[in-house]
Design a protein around this ligand. Structure first.
Ligand code: ATR
Length: 274
């Protein structure tokens, strides 16, 4: 669809943004729905975030996504934030309604939908999150409300303690674990560390301890060695691409008020990662 004088502009603020997959997914969705919208990646340096957010108002952008390293830093520059964004302390989606900027966080909901789509039931599950960064926080917020128990493991123990104590305030079922020697007690195991991004990364856990009833999720956007090995052990798996899809679908819905064309977005994503 050609850009017109009426085209509504959305996009992504990140640093760097060269590797983003979101423009394929969002622009395919806009075209499919016949919407006069477009999605543009904006490389926003960390020290320019405040002026970039002000530019959402000045340039009348309809909304943006935020990615590394802006999700937490953006909070003070917004007019409003929804309950999830406030609780997590991070936003991945901003809407602009007549100059009022509202922050949302669709990462946790995106994750939950992505794994439920695989037939994995969150309600009453026993979950383990490996990692205690921003992604773990967003997912943990969601999981702690439906899981029976949620354990956090992290290389830096203090960060696991801090995340578990934050999540305990939402639901009292969260605790830290000091090692990963016993995995049999979990229904769902999530790798939310960056291990698996690089070819020669070690696995985040001992795959020999995995059991066929378990679901293993990785937030990295492709089938990592962890997921391949988990499948060999008979586990169900979900990769980060499904989460990217669903967090983007919820952002699309926030900007356009329309139902996201999930299969169109999924096909667009798969066509560039395959
Ligand atoms: P994100 O926003 O994607 O969660 P992050 O906030 O930088 O990113 O968090 C990255 C997570 O990966 C952290 O839990 C980090 O562990 P530390 O808190 O100990 O730094 C984890 N991580 C990164 N590299 C790792 C490695 N080589 N081994 C184990 N954990 C690692």
């Amino acid at each position: 669809m050609p850009i017109t004088g009426k085209t509504k502009i959305t996009g992504l603020f990140g640093w760097p943004v060269e590797h983003t997959l979101s423009p394929y997914m969002q622009n395919s969705a806009f075209v499919h729905c016949g919407l006069d919208y477009c999605y543009i990646p904006f490389p926003v340096r960390p020290n320019r975030l405040e002026s970039a957010i002000e530019a959402i108002r000045s340039l009348s952008l309809s909304g943006v996504n935020l990615t590394i390293p802006h999700k937490e830093a953006a909070m003070p520059f917004l007019d409003e934030a929804d309950e999830e964004a406030l609780a997590i302390g991070a936003v991945n989606t901003i809407t602009n309604t007549n100059g009022i900027l509202n922050g949302h966080n669709t990462d946790g909901r995106g994750f939950a939908t992505a794994i439920q789509e695989q037939g994995i039931i969150l309600e009453g599950c026993r979950a383990l999150i490996i990692g205690a960064g921003g992604a773990s926080r967003a997912i943990g917020y969601y999981l702690s409300r439906s899981a029976k128990s949620l354990h956090i493991y992290n290389r830096t123990y203090e960060k696991a303690v801090a995340l578990a104590s934050f999540l305990s305030r939402i639901s009292g079922n969260t605790d830290v674990v000091q090692d990963l020697s016993s995995l049999s007690e979990y229904d769902i195991i999530i790798n939310a560390t960056s291990l698996g991004l690089k070819e020669d990364d070690p696995l985040p856990l001992d795959v020999n301890l995995l059991l066929p009833f378990q679901a293993v999720c990785d937030l990295i956007y492709r089938k990592t060695p962890l997921l391949m090995k988990a499948e060999q052990k008979g586990c169900r798996t979900t990769d980060g691409l499904a989460m990217l899809l669903w967090q983007g679908a919820y952002a699309f819905e926030l900007w356009t008020g329309m139902h996201p064309p999930i299969e169109v977005m999924r096909t667009a994503l798969l066509s560039i990662v395959k």
